[in-house]
Design a protein around this ligand. Structure first.
Ligand code: ZN
Length: 381
């Protein structure tokens, strides 16, 4: 089972479902566990469920003891039709972060450029203390007349003042208000916070769940790649994504700078590519994936260069990777004597290299031969 598509949290969902049916849902919760195991996804699914009018009105119904856990979970779902469910939407708030919007849902997290959760998010800015911020919002009446749910992310980063400001609200949340704190470990929370919350511990995901998610999201091309990355993930999607993308954009910059330079220094660049390919793991599927990303970036670059040189502006603005390569293409067009034929030859030679990966050729050999040929093509310009 995976309640609402969240892996590994059924036991926790069952506890919430039971408490909701018995009308004994507490107000303050602390979710702890490693990064990337689904705490936030679970908290958002739980928020939608608890905000649903039908689940709210379900409260105080006696719990049928004959219900199996699976039946209980099946009934613990947002209806999708009530006023609250219709208001609940998942929106991209900042790049990479999907956060629900709903008039009775509140979300607070540490901004990326801050080292702690800013106090004003909880109790308002200095000149309007307790006239804005989360604690203020939670003391207003709910918009839809049902529950309110607040998720406080990055709870590892409370400062003492922020924690103190929240204590009273955690101790006695306003009626029908649920506050969920998310942190990595209970030990990292201040004792005053810990003691006021019911704590739920999230475990690392099973490897097959990580592999399933990677495949479902289309992040990898084959089950073998998914499994290899999952084995190195420690059960954390954050780690899995890191293995997939780590340092790629930085390396792409290095690569494209070299390719746009004009004369390519084949041996030096091959060493850099091999270093990048081997950096994350010794496992072949991961190394292959990393080299594929390198070659795909080079192909996107040469295709864009060809289009720029042949003034073939009809195609390609929507090509994958077009935006990333554009500044390098401009540089190459201005500074070196590249011709459309050169761009095409380089693209074709790179596509060959990509094909060789699928034929299980030795990766350093593919890289060296590829860049040796590209260097020769640049020398011939
Ligand atoms: Zn509903």
């Amino acid at each position: 089972m995976s309640w609402q598509g969240v892996f590994g949290a059924d036991e926790i969902a069952i506890q919430f479902a039971r408490a909701n049916r018995r009308g004994r849902l507490g107000g303050s919760f602390l979710f702890v566990g490693p990064q990337g195991v689904g705490k936030r996804v679970f908290a958002f699914a739980l928020a939608k469920t608890l905000l649903c009018r039908r689940q709210f009105l379900n409260e105080n119904q006696s719990l049928d003891p004959s219900l199996s856990p699976a039946e209980l979970l099946e009934q613990f779902q947002p209806c999708g039709e009530c006023a609250s469910c219709r208001e609940f939407e998942l929106n991209v708030s900042t790049p990479g972060a999907v956060v629900p919007t709903h008039p009775d849902f509140h979300y607070v997290c540490k901004p990326a450029d801050k080292s702690l959760l800013p106090l004003e998010l909880l109790v308002g800015a200095k000149d309007e203390r307790m006239q804005s911020g989360l604690c203020y919002e939670l003391n207003q009446t709910s918009f839809l007349g049902g529950r309110r749910v607040a998720v406080i992310d990055d709870a590892d980063y409370f400062n003492l003042e922020g924690a103190n400001a929240l204590l009273k609200t955690l101790e006695e949340p306003p009626k029908n208000t649920i506050i969920i704190l998310i942190g990595t470990s209970a030990a990292k929370q201040l004792p005053t916070i810990r003691s006021r919350c019911q704590i739920f511990r999230f475990q690392p995901l099973p490897e097959d769940a990580v592999a399933d998610i990677l495949l479902t999201q289309g992040k990898v091309a084959s089950p073998e790649e998914a499994e290899a990355i999952a084995r190195n993930s420690g059960g954390s999607m954050t780690e899995a994504y890191r293995a997939l993308n780590s340092d790629f954009s930085q390396f792409q910059h290095t690569l494209l700078t070299e390719l746009a330079r004009g004369k390519i220094k084949g041996v030096e660049l091959a060493a850099k590519v091999c270093e990048y390919v081997d950096k994350e793991s010794k496992e072949a599927p991961i190394r292959r994936l990393r080299l594929q990303n390198v070659l795909k970036a080079a192909i996107a670059y040469y295709r864009a260069l060809y289009r720029a040189l042949s003034a073939d502006a009809l195609h390609g603005t929507g090509e994958p990777g077009a935006a990333a390569v554009a500044p390098f293409v401009r540089r190459a067009v201005q500074s070196c004597a590249a011709t459309p034929e050169f761009a095409l030859d380089c693209a074709e030679r790179t596509i060959d290299a990509l094909d060789q990966i699928d034929r299980n050729a030795n990766l350093p050999y593919i890289v060296e031969a590829w860049l040796y040929d590209l260097a020769a093509l640049t020398r011939a310009l």
